[in-house]
Design a protein around this ligand. Sequence first.
Ligand code: PXP
Length: 238
Amino acid sequence: MNTKLSININKIALLRNSRGNNVPDILKFAKDCESYGSDGITIHPRPDERHIKYKDAYDLKEVVKTELNIEGYPDERFLKMVCEVQPHQCTLVPDAPGALTSDNGWDTISNQNFLKEVVSRLQEKNIRVSLFINPDKEMLDAAKNTGTDRIEFYTGPFAHDFYKQKEIAIQPFKTASIYCEQIDLGINAGHDLNLDNLKYFKENTNNLLEVSIGHALVKDALYFGIENTVNMYKRLLK
Ligand code: PXP
């Protein structure tokens, strides 16, 4: 089974914002990624709009031909924008407003009612919903109860421990992916995935539908160029 690659273009927006003009043009970058084989484009607008701006979401919806995935904490401003843009997928993350990057999954038990409401509000707009989550059975059960279509495994801890002992680092994800299959939850994954750890992650999890990758992929593009880099990642996902 091929796993889809959704490229997170936050870092390209960060570069653009550093000069206050439109260089690099993130719409062109997104279109180019698609033409080189990316299966989707991911953006994560944060409340301070330090990289992706809310307006970018509307503009990208007009040009992305594959799948647009919008990630973020579901406050009222975010939800209004997502319901207007109607991306293919919305990934809900529990980030605090000033978070540097997402660094934990949802507590789907204590946020059960809130998530249920948000999930159904998005699904009413025909948006597929994914919940960012740690590979924990109780959290998966409670995620399933929210009605979400998919979960996205927070892979930061895997990536961190991969270089120490990959067999141990993968274990919770292996077990959780088998469980997701049993309870019929689609699986995405993301955070700190890279050219070293991606193939191992894919080969050791069941039914990995999609990965979203930004930081490492943009770093690799500095050395190999974006077209080569997209192909290198895609090869690992076959
Ligand atoms: N998934 C989520 C929910 C994220 O917040 C991020 C980072 O924006 C990613 C995936 C991608 O992580 P990375 O940039 O480390 O590839």
